[in-house]
Design a protein around this ligand. Structure first.
Ligand SMILES: Cc1cc2nc3c(=O)[nH]c(=O)nc-3n(C[C@H](O)[C@H](O)[C@H](O)COP(=O)(O)OP(=O)(O)OC[C@H]3O[C@@H](n4cnc5c(N)ncnc54)[C@H](O)[C@@H]3O)c2cc1C
Ligand code: SF4
Ligand code: SF4
Length: 426
């Protein structure tokens, strides 16, 4: 978009100078001149009484065909890959195959002394690892990581770049997107490249009218779906004119592949140009929480408690339950907000997304924001004294009753069930 003064038509009246909200217009030789502060808001175009200012669509046309391959930012901390990096490698590989056999999935590993992570990336499906190492990149800094990754993007031109929607990914991705002048969709829960697979997904999960979409459409632009408006609306966002297409993806939503030990790929060592002066933040200290670590994303069984527990002590029962069944304690936001349990246990849209084999929801009503974080669990067991609670709509098994009676009964019967199982498998 550009704003131009048609010199022949300009009468030098100065109306536009006063009208511009950004003081971007000056008079030069009695003709208006548009300066660099112009935001292309268009106000002056309508204000000029002589139609001497025009707005032209002269967007830089990006050569989309120059961009190839899918990149995953393989986030590591202390030399250990984050789970979401492995999930994204799995998802990225799936998308790469949908685009074409030639499309590669590249994991971008940034840090210092992190070369050992390449093998893990290959094992989980990466065709290539782009390794960017420098002592200045040992700890994450927005400036440092944004610089080296942007440089690498400009050099290698990937078609798609995926980041985990972790604190680091959410900080980093918008910086890179702005520097690359491209689009970014945050916190995606579904990605498609084939129109046919998007239609299939939309038909199953949304009320969207897909009749206008052609399942044979060969285009492979990424369709990024994310919950919006507190999870009440699913928005599918595309990035048709710029590259790379970028998304942050919610941890715990995408599927990891089964690792293939010994799998090999191509290693590209990218030497970054970075100096201490490029990094404006100084890391004074890294403090690790001394709180008990809660690994909800990896848990196979989760026992969650909500406001129905009535008080903080209710979590003692939930903990006992979780210990008995080999699970991890989860919670609704209402329980967290009440101060009964730490936020690290929260499941849901503003907590952790989980996908365990069994999810026990005890005294949880099933608000949409809670369901957004657990409804893809393999089995959901709901215990609630209100038979009309929405949680029963997603539950595979529902028990209507007081959790303080039912949970102790389950704990008691678990031993019996285990004994029975042991006997039957002997
Ligand atoms: C932007 C936004 C983001 C949010 N993010 C999240 C999120 O990430 N996670 C989340 O959980 N919530 C989130 N919420 C809050 C969400 O809307 C609900 O308020 C919350 O999930 C309710 O928690 P709850 O089910 O524990 O409480 P309630 O809705 O109060 O439900 C308590 C349930 O316990 C039952 N009950 C009571 N006593 C007993 C008993 N003795 N035995 C059995 N059942 C009993 C009741 O029948 C009731 O169904 C968010 C809200 C907003 C606006
Ligand atoms: S308002 Fe139009 S005619 Fe007047 S100075 Fe601006 S461009 Fe020229
Ligand atoms: S388009 Fe807007 S910002 Fe640019 S010169 Fe006109 S009024 Fe000012």
């Amino acid at each position: 978009m550009a704003i131009n003064v048609i010199k022949d038509k300009c009468k030098g009246c100065g109306i536009c100078v006063k009208a511009c909200p950004f003081s971007a217009i000056t008079m030069k030789d009695k003709v208006a001149e548009i300066g660099s502060a112009c935001t292309a808001c268009g106000v002056c175009v309508s204000k000029c009484p002589f139609e001497a200012i025009e707005k032209t669509e002269d967007e830089d046309v990006v050569d989309l065909s120059a961009y190839k391959d899918i990149w995953v930012f393989a986030e590591q901390r202390d030399g250990k890959l984050m789970n979401v990096a492995l999930e994204l490698i799995g998802e990225g590989k799936r998308l790469a195959k949908e685009i074409s056999d030639e499309t590669k999935l590249c994991a971008v590993v940034v840090g210092d002394g992190v070369a050992h992570l390449a093998d893990e990336c290959y094992a989980y499906g990466a065709d290539e690892v782009i390794l960017i190492q420098d002592p200045l990149l040992k700890n994450y800094t927005t400036d440092g990581y944004a610089k080296v990754i942007t440089d690498a993007i400009n050099e290698f031109k990937p078609e798609i770049v995926l980041y985990g929607a972790t604190h680091i990914g959410r900080d980093l991705a918008p910086r890179i997107a702005a520097r690359c002048n491209t689009g970014l969709t945050a916190d995606c829960t579904r990605l498609d490249v084939r129109v046919s697979s998007y239609i299939e997904y939309a038909k199953k999960n949304t009320t969207l009218d897909t009749s206008t979409l052609d399942p044979n459409d060969p285009s492979t632009g990424i369709k990024q779906t994310r919950p919006a408006f507190g999870g009440n609306l699913m928005a599918t966002i595309i990035c048709p004119k710029t590259r790379p297409q970028m998304s942050t993806v919610r941890p715990g939503v995408m599927q990891k592949r089964e690792p293939v030990e010994g799998a090999k790929g191509e290693l590209v060592e990218y030497k970054p140009t970075i100096a201490a002066s490029d990094i404006r933040t100084e890391i004074v200290e890294i403090v690790k929480s001394t709180k008990e670590l809660v690994s909800l994303t990896d848990a196979e069984i989760i026992c969650s408690g909500g406001r129905g527990l009535g008080n903080e002590d209710g979590f003692k029962l939930i903990k006992e339950f979780a210990d008995k069944v080999g699970g991890v304690v989860g919670a609704s936001r209402a329980a967290v907000d009440a101060g009964w349990i730490d936020h690290s246990h929260q499941v849901g849209q503003t907590g952790t997304t989980v996908k365990p084999k069994i999810y026990f929801a005890c005294g949880i009503s099933g608000a949409i924001q809670h369901l957004a974080g657990m409804q893809t669990s393999d089995f959901i067991v709901a215990i609630n004294k209100d038979a009309d609670a929405p949680i029963f709509e997603v539950a595979d098994f529902g028990i209507v009753g007081d959790l303080y009676k039912i949970v102790p009964l389950i704990i008691e019967m678990w031993d019996d069930a285990e004994a029975l199982y042991d006997a039957s498998t002997k």
